[in-house]
Structures are given as C-alpha cells and as structure tokens.
Design a protein around this ligand. Structure first.
Ligand SMILES: [Zn+2]
Length: 366
C-alpha cells in the first residue's frame, strides 16, 4: 500500500517485509518511500537506523534496496526516510507546479517539460520570454507563497475536469491543486501549503529545442546560494571599500584602472625593447614580457635580428626575427634541434627543449 499518498509527511514506519527479489530488493507492506517519477527524485534513508537504502521500482512495485541485505520475508523493519532530501524535493515539485500554473494563468505560457534536480528548470512552449515577464513571474510566485494557499491532492474519476494540461486517463486520476492558481494531474509528492515552499529565485534561462527553459532555485539550495552570495558580497565590500549598491561601479572602476595599467606596462616594455635594439641585434632571455611584443615592435624595421626566449616549465618559448637572413639555414637548425612551431616569412616562433641563445649566437657569428 502506498502510504505516501495518504500522508506525504510520514518520515518513518515499522512495517513487514512481504517479498524479497535478487537478495537485496525488499518489498514492504506499507510503502512510505517515493520512487523516482515525473521528474521528482526517489527517497533514500536508513533501515533500523543502520542500513542505507535507495528506492527502486521492480515489477511495478516500489522496492527498497540494501546492499548485502540481512533481512528475510516476514521480518518487521523500521524505515526512516532522509527527510531533508524528501522535504526539499516536495518543495521543488510544488514550486514547479506553482510557477507553471502562474505562467499559464497570467501569461498563457505552457510547460513542455520539467527537471527537478537541484536548480530546477521549466521548459516552456515559447521561443522568447522578456526578462520583465520572468521578474513579474518571480514576484507573483513570492506573493502566492505569502498568501499561504492550500495545496491538495486527491483522486477523481472525471474526464471533464478542467486542468492546466489535458490527460488521456479517465479514471483514478490524481489531481494536485494549488488553491486559486493551478490544477493538474500529477503522481508526485507536495507540501501542504504555498508558504512551506518559501521564496523562489530566478537564476537564468537557455534555449533548448527552440524553447526557452527557465532555471529557478528554491528551498535549502536557495539558502546555500544566499550564503554564497552573502560571502561574495562581503568580500567585494572589503576589497573595494564600497557598500553593496556601489559594487558594480567599484568593480568597473578597478577593472578600468587595471586595463590602463596593463596598457602602460606594455607601452614601457615596447620602449625598453626599442632602446635595446640600438644596433638592430638583440639576443636575450626574458621572464615577464610577452614574446609577441618583439614582433609588434619590429614590424616596421627593415633590418633586425632578434632572438628572445622565455622559460616555460622545463621548455623554452622562443621568437626569432631575422629580416635579412643573417642565419641562412635557420629553419633547418631549429628542426634539427626538435623545435616545434611556425617558421615562415623570416619569423620563427615556437617551443624548444633547451636554452638556444648560445646556439643562435654561434650561428650568427659564423
Ligand atoms: Zn507534478
């Protein structure tokens, strides 16, 4: 008997084992453990406060599975479900119904599919949804939560009932109704009132199969997220010495200053390279200069020889610019020494296993 349909708040039960399959799969008389279905996750928990179980459907029955099951048919066992996990998935499921109900009632937007793990999402039937509508939806949601509307579930035999989404089944239909906001057929478990769901926060959206999919966060995951946001905000407040309504301005200012400084550093580095190039030859190892700067500096030089290397772990990045072919067979020399990279138009860039400065000096003097 599925006790969870009579009372979705049953956290534990003492019940009799009536069947065992494949040694580890246990079927009990009174089932309070919910199986994964309709996007809602399945229950986990403990048997006799000791044995971890998961919930699995086998042969159309809801079994719990314990690794190395020590029990036999006829035993009375205590089943305790992980209430945090279950209560959170009930909140997420009710939040999804409320959001889908509001989308339909106020904006005529239908729900195509839902995902209810962690940050839950609703795939709508729309190609685009304006941000204002989503923020308005979030407001309506939180208003409905504050109104403490009843959430009821019941079975009916009626094919004329008006539901958010029509169904083919005509008998034994399980209805989940959120007072004033939503009515739909659903086999999932829900909280008893909208106030239990708590606030909901819109995260972001993406396009899937040509439809907008909206992501939300609710329940304990939202609590976790809020503490991350608070931590981030405190960090930025400390870092920028600004209050939270000035964070964007402060960060923007910091990044602009950083960019200006980077620009200045590059300008100075270029000037240093130019100064060193007084006799048109430069051979050096550097640690803090982007090798591409040598290329940029010498673009307009007609006669220049540069070899600059930079250590990278146990190899060397190099750039050699030899506009007047001072080393005739430079490409061959590099290939012979296992250099990898691009060698064309008198510009040689790549990576090599050793410090090549002495080798280059030797060939340049020959
Ligand atoms: Zn549902």
């Amino acid at each position: 008997m599925k006790e969870y349909y009579k009372n979705s708040y049953l956290k534990e039960i003492d019940t009799k084992i009536i069947n065992i399959l494949d040694k580890d799969y246990i079927l009990v008389k009174d089932i309070i453990t919910y199986e994964e279905k309709g996007g809602q996750s399945s229950d986990i928990g403990l048997v006799n406060d000791k044995y971890e179980f998961i919930t699995i459907v086998k042969d159309n029955d809801v079994y719990i599975k314990i690794d190395n099951n020590p029990f036999k048919v006829g035993d009375i066992i205590n089943i305790k479900i992980d209430w945090n996990h279950r209560y959170n998935s009930m909140k997420i499921h009710s939040a999804q119904h409320l959001l889908s109900g509001l989308l339909y009632k106020y904006y005529n937007i239908q729900t195509k599919s839902v995902h209810m793990q962690n940050n839950f999402s609703i795939e709508t039937d729309q190609k685009e949804i304006e941000k204002d509508i989503i923020l308005d939806l979030e407001k309506r949601f939180n208003k409905a939560v504050s109104e403490n509307k009843k959430i009821k579930s019941y079975f009916i035999d009626d094919d004329n009932i008006k539901l958010r989404r029509s169904i083919k089944v005509k008998e034994n239909i399980r209805i989940v109704e959120i007072e004033d906001y939503d009515k739909i057929a659903c086999g999932g478990l829900h909280v008893n009132s909208t106030s239990e769901i708590g606030p909901c926060y819109y995260l972001n959206s993406e396009k899937v199969r040509g439809h907008i999919r909206l992501f939300f966060i609710v329940g304990s995951l939202l609590d976790d997220k809020v503490s991350i946001w608070r931590k981030n905000s405190d960090f930025i407040t400390k870092l920028t010495s600004s209050c939270d309504n000035k964070h964007i301005e402060s960060i923007d200012k910091v990044f602009k200053e950083k960019k200006e400084l980077e620009y200045k550093v590059i300008k100075y580095q270029k000037e240093i390279i130019e100064n060193k190039l007084s006799n048109n030859i430069l051979i050096e190892e550097v640690s803090d200069i982007d090798l591409n700067l040598y290329f940029q500096v010498t673009k307009n030089y007609e006669d220049v020889f540069i070899c600059a290397i930079k250590k990278l772990d146990n190899k060397y990045n190099f750039i050699i610019i030899d506009k007047n072919n001072r080393i005739n067979n430079l490409k061959d020399i590099l290939i012979e020494n296992n250099a990898k990279g691009s060698f064309k138009d008198n510009i040689y860039r790549g990576i090599i296993d050793f410090n090549i400065l002495d080798l280059i000096r030797k060939n340049l003097n020959e």
